[in-house]
Design a protein around this ligand. Structure first.
Ligand SMILES: [Zn+2]
Length: 125
């Protein structure tokens, strides 16, 4: 996809505020300019195609996140909280927050997701 094609696609998706950006590391960002000032990133990736795919993946993630909140973790079955709870002891405040796992297409509680991510990193290291 050429930058020109990417610009046409981002305008098709977001209208005239659709915009593109390339960071120094070569990461391509697609999104829209809000209030004529702020670049809201909707998707990112190493190529324009990947950045547009990321938009769809983020949407799916948001939907899955909404489904996961206050539901049991699929691994340990503890309820996944979506709110910060200052009444809990410090180490437990975020542990059950739904987290996207590196290896699965789903949310698990923070503790199980961290374990899954560590296992994937060990395999690829
Ligand atoms: Zn869990």
């Amino acid at each position: 996809m050429t930058p020109k094609q990417a610009l046409a696609e981002v305008r098709r998706r977001f209208g005239p505020t659709g915009a593109l950006s390339t960071r120094r590391e070569g990461i391509k960002s697609v999104g829209h300019i809000d209030l004529g000032l702020f670049f809201s990133i909707e998707g990112e990736g190493p190529t324009w195609e990947a950045a547009f795919r990321d938009i769809d993946e983020r949407k799916i993630r948001r939907e899955l996140f909404d489904e996961a909140r206050d539901q049991p973790c699929p691994v340990c079955f503890r309820t996944m909280r979506t709110k910060y709870d200052p009444k809990l002891p410090k180490e437990k405040r975020y542990l059950r927050y739904p987290m996207w796992t590196a290896s699965h297409d789903r949310y698990e509680c923070g503790r199980c997701a961290a374990k899954a991510k560590a296992a994937v990193e060990e395999k690829t290291a």
